[in-house]
Design a binder for this molecule. Structure first.
Ligand code: NAD
Length: 257
């Protein structure tokens, strides 16, 4: 229960990595604020389930991370924000000369600019509380590139750069800023790509996973949402108080290649 008494706000946390991080934060005793752009009963039910399972205060707050004012409103509505986890993200794959401009704008807004707005709103709250952690979910694509992912790679490199700047601006305060760079994680987003790829290449599920999805991941295993949650809990712990302005790869060796 190392995070008892802290409040963690996790953007884009009604599925996948964000939900996994929210669960591990709650398991470590933190109160949690879940978020996405939708406002369905099942979104709020996720918070009720976490609250019951881990005995913490859990809320779901709707806010669209493509809109700067809604990013800032999320922090304001949360009341407390000791740990900010910028996780919301989308993907679109196309060659740059065919890349739809509106997809570029949406990816830059959701994957990068949202972290600017939430961090700007959260730092004064952290300073008032005398403690804070900014944890940005970047990607192996924040450190390396792949073809056809211009917007995603640009946004994730941007997030890594912004993380370093926030760390320097808070270096002499009890606040840290770091980025986690996952390789492939088997979330609903990735799972949904498997059937199409099996059809496209006439491959078995096992071949698609090993030879397409995990081609660049030397461990040939997905990272899990629990492992990413555990990494975020570590970065929020006292043991990580002097870790700031850096990246932690959870990528099965991808960026060692
Ligand atoms: P996911 O689709 O399961 O989760 C994305 C989350 O972002 C969802 O909760 C979704 O509702 C939310 N979201 C999307 N648009 C939003 C908006 N406008 N406002 C608020 N919330 C919004 O995908 P995931 O795989 O869990 O991805 C989470 C993060 O991890 C992303 O930033 C992604 O780039 C990053 N990441 C994922 C992988 C992977 O292999 N899955 C690898 C590296 C990095």
């Amino acid at each position: 229960m190392v995070l008892k008494g802290k409040t963690a706000v996790i953007t884009g946390s009604n599925s996948g990595i964000g939900l996994g991080i929210a669960r591990e934060m709650a398991k470590a005793g933190a109160d949690v604020v879940l978020n996405s752009f939708s406002d369905r009963d099942e979104d709020h039910a996720l918070a009720v389930d976490i609250s019951k399972e881990f005995g913490v205060n859990a809320r779901y707050i709707q806010a669209d991370m493509s809109k700067g004012d809604q990013c800032r409103a999320l922090i304001e509505k949360s009341g407390a924000c000791d740990i900010l986890i910028n996780n919301a993200g989308i993907q679109h794959v196309a060659p740059i000369d065919e890349f739809p401009a509106e997809k570029w704008d949406a990816i830059i807004a959701i994957n990068m600019s949202s972290a600017f707005h939430t961090t700007a709103a959260a730092l004064p709250v952290m300073r008032k509380a005398g403690w804070g952690r900014v944890i940005n979910i970047a990607s192996a694509h924040g450190l390396t590139a792949s073809p056809y992912k211009a917007a995603y790679v640009a946004a994730k490199h941007g997030v890594v750069g912004m993380t370093k700047t926030v760390a320097l601006e808070t270096a002499q305060e009890p606040i840290t800023a770091n980025a986690i760079c996952p390789g492939y994680v088997l979330t609903p987003l990735v799972e949904s790509q498997i059937p199409d790829t099996m059809r496209e290449y006439d491959m078995s599920r096992e071949d698609v996973v090993k030879n397409v999805l995990l081609k660049r991941q030397p461990s040939k295993e997905f990272a899990t949402t629990e492992q990413l949650g555990g990494t975020a809990v570590f970065l929020a712990s006292d043991a990580a108080a002097q870790i700031t302005g850096t990246t932690i790869s959870v990528d099965g060796g991808w960026t060692a290649l």
